[in-house]
Ligand binder design. Sequence first.
Ligand code: SF4
Length: 273
Amino acid sequence: MEVSVAQKSILERLRKQTTEAIAEYDMLKPNDKVMVCVSGGKDSAVMLVLLEEIRKRAPFPFTLHPVLLDQKQPGFSVDAFREWVKTQGYDLTVVEEDTYSIVLEKTEVGKSYCGLCSRLRRGILYNYAEKMGYQKIALGHHRDDLNTTLLMNLFFNGRTASMPPKLKSNDGRNIVIRPLAFLDEDDVRVASEELKVPIIPCSLCGSNGNMQRARVKKLLKTLELEFPHVGSSVLNAQKNVRASQLLDKNLWAFDKLEDLNFSETSEDSFQMP
Ligand code: SF4
């Protein structure tokens, strides 16, 4: 597909940030077969384009395999999106599983469908990746997703955790990567508009979504309007954890401090043996 100068500049910037994240977290290895999970949304569509640009320039070979899960929400149509994927040089694989009926049946009235919907989607895609022999599963979560998850865990779950850029699934079968981990959602939105992605709305399911997540995301966005560096600061904080300045006894041996010699090192950089 022909790209304009404006498209080129934003895509180049996002490609560089994505390349940095891939390199920093060792996301790809030679000859990896990468399942690129596309949902029909802006984030994963932009991820496909960026990964293809990176693949063309990469010092080692790897392949990309865009896969979309049709969960049978009413009115879900993949045709326009499939055509767009074709313009990017790829054939889209559509896996069909009716999780929509399960979610309707199992979710209490008035509750959000999203938790169960996401768990079912994850299980189906992980199984498919294993069946097809894909070494990596690429998900389109960006910096705002990571930051929102961190704050959600702080505010509502009592733990300090986010979405890691590279993760082995609990059962050890799959490696998940998040190549967009450093990207600002607003930039991704602009890129998807430039690329004219025919978005399939997530709201077809009729769920209200996760209200707490929406609230926390709005809080972050409001802060960023006043302090534009909040997003990158919250991301950097996740790379820069000071165990000695938190309260986790599993990370820092508070009971052994009397026996340790701090004279050779500062409290900030000291690593507990
Ligand atoms: S909005 Fe609908 S399709 Fe999207 S995760 Fe929630 S339940 Fe699933």
